[in-house]
Design a protein around this ligand. Structure first.
Ligand code: MN
Length: 249
């Protein structure tokens, strides 16, 4: 079979303030961009990577997503806490209204289209959770007592902390149940899971590290960055392979 087309959502860069119409002040910095490791991970595991621009208009974004067989929700800025009805923490990072708009459209599209598998990474798990009606911890170090280090200083290709995987989950079928080592580059995490999502992995401090969709749709969302680990760690490669296999159906 031909390679399944995997939509990879871009970030919008180079606008000032919160208004993309300010882009004229730095014409060369204004761009839709996607991390090369996501592209590599999709290509090297059997998919056709399709970067999708960060468009907030469903009339533009949905047809692009419909032309693909799977959806990769990528990393990026913090989700605006207004999206889940919370006041901003003083430790909130940069937010990105354009990415929030695109991720909302993409999540709603994925919820309508049961046959489209969704792999979420880092911001991807957070955004998908919020747009399913869930909430986030805005800043782990100041909100989680006894938190372990979730911003590792070792290479992104190396794991830094364990997670405990629910044996009754898709992730356990892919990674194996029990303890798995992951890399970690986040200060936010899922708090309340959104509608139709359940928690399937936690760090030793209780921080949510993965959620999945209930039911038959293939929706696996992780807090770690498998795109940096798959070359050296087979269990991370299997996550992309399982995702791309699901996109063939
Ligand atoms: Mn972590």
């Amino acid at each position: 079979m031909t390679r399944p087309r995997i939509a990879i959502l871009c970030n919008l860069e180079g606008y000032s303030g919160s208004n993309a119409s300010d882009r004229d002040d730095n014409v060369w910095a204004y761009k839709h961009s996607v991390g090369g490791h996501y592209v590599d991970a999709i290509w090297e595991n059997g998919g056709l990577p399709v970067p999708v621009p960060c468009l907030g208009d469903p009339d533009a974004l949905v047809p692009l997503l419909e032309s693909c067989d799977g959806l990769l929700m990528t990393g990026g800025a913090d989700v605006d806490p207004a999206e889940y009805g919370a006041e901003p923490s003083p430790h909130l990072g940069k937010v990105d209204p354009f990415r929030d708009a695109a991720d909302r459209i993409a999540t709603q599209y994925a919820l309508r289209e049961q046959s489209v598998p969704v792999l979420g990474i880092c911001r991807g798990i957070q955004a998908f959770n919020v747009f399913c009606g869930g909430t986030l911890i805005q800043d782990i170090p100041t909100e989680v007592g006894g938190a372990i280090e979730h911003k590792q200083r070792v290479s992104a290709s190396q794991p830094s902390h364990p997670v405990e995987v629910d044996p009754d989950s898709r992730l356990a079928e892919i990674w194996g149940a029990g303890t798995v080592m992951v890399n970690s580059f986040h200060h936010q995490a899922v708090q309340q899971p959104g509608e139709g999502l359940r928690i399937v992995a936690r760090a030793p401090d209780g921080v949510v590290e993965a959620v999945e969709g209930e039911g038959d749709a293939w929706r696996v969302l992780v807090q770690c960055h498998p795109e940096h680990m798959f070359r050296d760690h087979d269990y991370m490669r299997r996550l992309f392979q399982a995702f791309i296999e699901a996109a063939k159906r």
